[in-house]
Design a binder for this molecule. Sequence first.
Ligand code: ZN
Length: 213
Amino acid sequence: MRINASGLTISAPLRIPQREIEAILQRKADWIIEKLDAWENSSSNHLEWRLHAVYWLLGEPYQLIALSAQLQLVPQNSIKPDMVRPCSAESSSTQFSAQQLEHFVLAWYQQQATACMTDRLAFYAEKLGVGMPVFHLSNARSRWGSCNASGVIRLNWRLIQLPLALIDYVIAHELAHLFEMNHSRAFWEVVAKIYPEYRRAQRELKQIGKLMI
Ligand SMILES: [Zn+2]
């Protein structure tokens, strides 16, 4: 029994009867479900790079289109049918490789993330009465944000796909680490001072988050 990027594979010698294989699967069911869950979580976040695909920004859907040979990300509710019909406003002679699309979308995300997060960090830093911290975007696979001992804050660019309330929570959380480098009661008191609804945000982030990181 093996789980890799393409899922679960079961191999057995031909002479083993089907019902015996089924019995083994049943005995191993818990293990299989656990592994498949982990597999699903690790593979579900991969963004797809194609024209007309939907990309989320601040919890809103945007669609990738090409108008007059220019790539654009447009709010989905402002798209008119002729904008995404083949051989219309989109010139059929324009071909974009998946790599070009990826480059365009990631650059857009980074730009949006930098602008939004700089703004929100400044807002919450002022609420806390601290100066604007040094901030970098991160590409971590396993965490939304971090704050190191020198007070440098890293925020995952993928956060920009989520509603602002969740981005704000991560920012408030990391800023609170400037005072408490742990998750003690004192730490959560600092968080609550600038972001009182933190428990709800934590729950939502846990639910949405495992689909994205
Ligand atoms: Zn923390």
